[in-house]
Design a protein around this ligand. Structure first.
Ligand SMILES: Cc1ncc(COP(=O)(O)O)c(C=O)c1O
Length: 448
């Protein structure tokens, strides 16, 4: 292999170079085709090489690509903020643009603290989050993340925010109803608030549907209503992390719409630009903005590239494309089709334990024993083998954690672009089924 100076996830890993992408497919320099069954990291939501987006990017580049937000605004950033206000639920009217999901979470955390400070409640600085969560890799966002592997090396730097469970009915349902599970989760939140003291807590932070840390763990229709009720009772804000689930991914523009709860703050990113440019947003409710507007009038955060017009034009074009092509509705409809096909596949598989998720955001959990739900031990590296076998088969799937201890347990997320047709889903399933067959015969027969 030629000498490389580029830091990649596995430093001596062999990563094919992609030459181009078209629709739901990527092609490497050797001509191999990959069906983008995960939209990369659940990002390339409208597929690759869409002409309208390329055109909008060029048009903006001809005007201006960068202005500094402390000196100027631009009509394109203003229009994007207006669009975000229109498509976001409830009174989530204000947008703070940043460059990554991690920054969107950090910004939400800072604004939550500031919201309380502006009202003379400066001790409210802590957060409550859930085990089995991932909110980003920067120190603040990682502090809120219960992803044990990603925290591991930096534990000494991190706050201990993850303290309660995420809803995991597949494992928690034993001898009780979903409603009883939800009551348990809400009680856990209340106990934690009482333990830490509500006077010290700024916000509860959660992904509507857990991504990387749980393989699309999906709550019931009532779960968030119960959690929000506890938050309201103790004067605690609710931050929804829609970085992975936002912009149509789950069959609604934002996943919280499934649960009919409007968060106080929302972080989003990834599909917001469909991967055409780095941009993310913290979307802030009128309620949270009000004391700041009447107080310091200044939010203490920001990045050099915040609200830069090049990214704003790209995101705006992507959101308009999603609307024009009814991709939210398509995600809901084709998601049902994908889920149904996966469920059929699970019936004949020895290792698929659970299929879950909404829209085109589907988690597949693998277990060593379908009856006891015992996960594969991490040492077997099953997840890596599943991802690699699919990769060889020309299918990209997104690796996720599963199991309750945060170490053992394997899941993948299937999240193809929202533009994926039924025919393309059939092709995705065919490749996934072939990989599964190989994995089951080559790897699993030793342990079952
Ligand atoms: C739910 C969630 N929040 C936050 C992040 C962090 O986003 P980024 O990688 O853009 O910093 C991710 C990334 O995977 C995510 O899935």
């Amino acid at each position: 292999m030629e000498r490389t100076y580029l830091i990649k996830p596995v430093l001596d890993g062999n990563y094919p170079c992609i030459s181009h992408g078209k629709g739901i497919y990527l092609y490497d320099e050797q001509g191999k085709e990959y069906l983008d069954g995960s939209s990369g990291a659940v990002t390339a939501s409208i597929g690759h090489g869409v002409q309208e987006i390329i055109h909008a990017m060029m048009e903006q580049a001809h005007k201006v690509s960068f202005v500094y937000r402390s000196q100027f605004s631009t009509s394109v950033a203003e229009t994007l903020a207006k669009k975000m206000s229109e498509i976001s639920p409830g009174d989530l009217h204000w947008s703070f643009f940043v460059n990554s999901g991690s920054e969107a979470i950090e910004t939400a955390m800072k604004i939550a603290i500031q919201y309380w400070q502006e009202q003379g409640k400066g001790t409210k600085q802590k957060f409550i989050s859930r085990w089995m969560s991932y909110h980003g890799i920067t120190i603040g966002a990682l502090s809120a993340s219960g992803h044990i592997q990603r925290r591991g090396r930096f534990e000494a730097l991190l706050e201990q925010y993850p303290t309660i469970s995420a809803p995991y009915y597949y494992r928690d349902i034993t001898n009780q109803s979903i409603a009883a599970c939800d009551d348990f989760y809400a009680d856990e939140l209340e106990r934690e608030i009482l333990r830490v003291g509500s006077e010290n807590i700024a916000a509860f932070i959660a992904e509507p549907i857990v991504g990387a840390a749980g393989g699309a763990l999906t709550p019931s229709a009532e779960y968030f209503q119960k959690m929000k009720e506890v938050c309201d009772r103790y004067d605690i804000l609710f931050i929804a992390d829609e970085v992975m689930t936002g912009l149509g991914r789950t069959g609604k523009m934002f996943a919280m719409e499934h649960f009919q709860v409007v968060p106080d703050l929302m972080a989003t990113g990834k599909g917001m630009s469909g991967g055409y440019t780095p941009i993310a947003a913290t979307v802030i409710s009128k309620k949270v903005m009000e004391p700041i507007l009447h107080g310091s009038k200044f939010i203490m955060s920001g990045h050099t590239f915040s609200a830069n017009p090049q990214s704003a034009a790209t995101a705006l074009a992507v959101i308009e494309y999603i609307e024009k092509n009814n991709l939210v509705e398509k995600s809901a409809k084709n998601g049902l089709y994908l889920k149904e096909k996966l469920k059929r596949l699970a019936e004949t598989s020895d290792i698929i334990g659970d299929i879950r998720g909404k829209g085109l955001f589907i988690g597949v959990e693998f277990v060593k024993n379908k009856i006891t739900k015992e996960p594969f031990p991490r040492a077997m590296d099953v997840l890596n083998q599943i991802v690699q076998t699919n990769f060889k088969e020309g299918l990209l799937v997104y690796p996720a954690n599963a199991g309750t201890d945060g170490i053992n347990g394997d899941a993948v997320i299937l999240a193809p672009p929202l533009t994926t047709t039924k025919k393309e889903i059939d092709e995705l399933i065919a490749r996934f089924a072939r990989s599964l067959q190989k994995i089951e015969s080559e790897l699993v027969k030793e342990v079952i």
